[in-house]
Design a protein around this ligand. Structure first.
Ligand SMILES: C[S@@+](CC[C@H](N)C(=O)[O-])C[C@H]1O[C@@H](n2cnc3c(N)ncnc32)[C@H](O)[C@@H]1O
Length: 201
């Protein structure tokens, strides 16, 4: 039986591939970075790897806001964008923000997610699948980015068909005493499908 929660990201990706992608390897990862989520597992690695920034193992540098890809040509997309949003000065230098990128305002964050999902809607084939990894952390506060993503998905003509939750069972940075919310220990994998041919909205 496939469960919607897991401690293991690879298990979640395998389940998404088997349940929603006809067991085929993911077609395109647009925020590949160093591909850490695939843990060097070839059967899970995407066929095409791209990122806005240069990384050694990617096939091309592309910005998700304007993909140089033919409409209706992609079977599945993995999107794992930065989720931190930092408006203050001092905290802009922390390791996660430097390694994975961050937005400087909520407006910038939502605009980028919206523009990117519109592009995914364009390049996906009908019945193509979009997999979005997103956490609800903004920086030192917790928001509802997964809800924003679901709203944008609906607005751009895709349909959410499944949600998986990766649970962290070990908190390396914090003790139970200074934990603020339960959701700081989980990440969402939202799975959406393109059910109709793309028309610009
Ligand atoms: C959270 S990291 C992805 C981590 C990756 N999934 C891994 O396992 O290593 C976010 C990545 O998105 C990339 N990125 C940010 N904005 C982008 C954009 N507009 N287009 C393409 N890539 C972007 C960043 O360069 C960064 O590598």
């Amino acid at each position: 039986m496939i469960l919607s929660t897991s401690y293991n990201e690879i298990e979640i990706l395998e389940n998404i591939k088997n349940l929603h992608c006809k067991k085929k390897r993911f077609h395109l990862d647009v925020t590949y970075s160093r591909g850490t989520i695939y843990k060097n597992r070839k059967e899970i690695e995407p066929r095409i790897k791209t990122d806005k920034n240069y990384f050694e193992n990617i096939d091309a540098q592309m910005n998700t806001k304007n993909l140089p890809i033919k409409s209706e040509s992609i079977e599945s997309i993995i999107y794992d964008p930065p989720f931190l949003c930092r408006t203050g000065k001092a905290i802009n230098r922390d390791k996660t923000a430097i390694r994975y990128g961050y937005y400087t305002s909520r407006t910038e964050q939502i605009e980028e997610y919206t523009r990117s999902i519109e592009e995914f809607s364009r390049v996906l084939k009908t019945s193509g699948v979009l997999i979005i990894k997103i956490g609800d952390m903004k920086g030192n506060e917790y928001i509802t980015s997964h809800v924003d993503m679901i709203n944008i998905i609906n607005e751009k003509g895709l349909t959410v068909i499944d949600i998986f939750i990766k649970v962290r069972n070990r908190n390396i940075n914090q003790t139970d005493r200074n934990q603020r919310v339960a959701k700081q220990n989980h990440t969402f994998f939202i799975v959406a499908k393109k059910k109709r041919k793309y028309t610009r909205r």
